[in-house]
Write a new protein. Structure first.
Length: 156
């Protein structure tokens, strides 16, 4: 195997979220938990959170594209930057309280696993976009459900 370039190593580090994707159990959940930790610990303003989401999505798409080519196969499980983008989207318009983060996390993971339309079909897309888009759709579903829960029931 040829030596990997520095760009390849950066792409793998970003795509695996500094190795979280190598978790032996539920790497997608591990990536999502990293996102929750960042969202809880970093005191983002709303604008900073939006910028963070955009950067994670754009850089993550590049990294996922490159990592997929390096690792071989379609959307290898070790690529979890898509979970970070999707989890971030699931709370983008919400207060980052422990309750919101917990409910959004559970809903995001459910939607990511179940892949309701059009998420399942979006997996046919190739490269980094194909890796990222189903998780962004799952994040939108989670955001919508948490938004309705907050609007109708004032919870979480």
């Amino acid at each position: 195997m040829p030596a990997r370039s520095i760009t390849d190593r950066v792409a793998l580090a970003v795509a695996t979220v500094a190795g979280a994707g190598y978790s032996p159990v539920a790497p997608g959940t591990a990536g999502s938990l990293v996102a929750v930790a960042v969202l809880w610990l970093v005191p983002f303003s709303r604008l900073e959170l939006i910028v963070y989401f955009i950067v994670v999505t754009l850089v993550g798409t590049w990294a996922a594209h490159r990592a997929e080519a390096l690792l071989g196969g379609k959307d290898p499980g070790v690529i979890v930057v898509d979970e970070v983008a999707g989890m971030t989207l699931s709370v983008l318009a919400l207060p980052l309280t422990p309750a919101v983060l917990a409910v959004a996390f559970v809903l995001f993971r459910v939607f990511d696993v179940v892949k309701p339309p059009p998420a399942r079909g979006s997996q046919l897309l190739r490269g980094g976009v194909g890796v990222m888009v189903d998780d962004l759709i799952a994040g939108l579903y989670a955001l919508a459900v948490v938004g309705v829960l907050r609007g109708v029931f004032r919870w979480p």
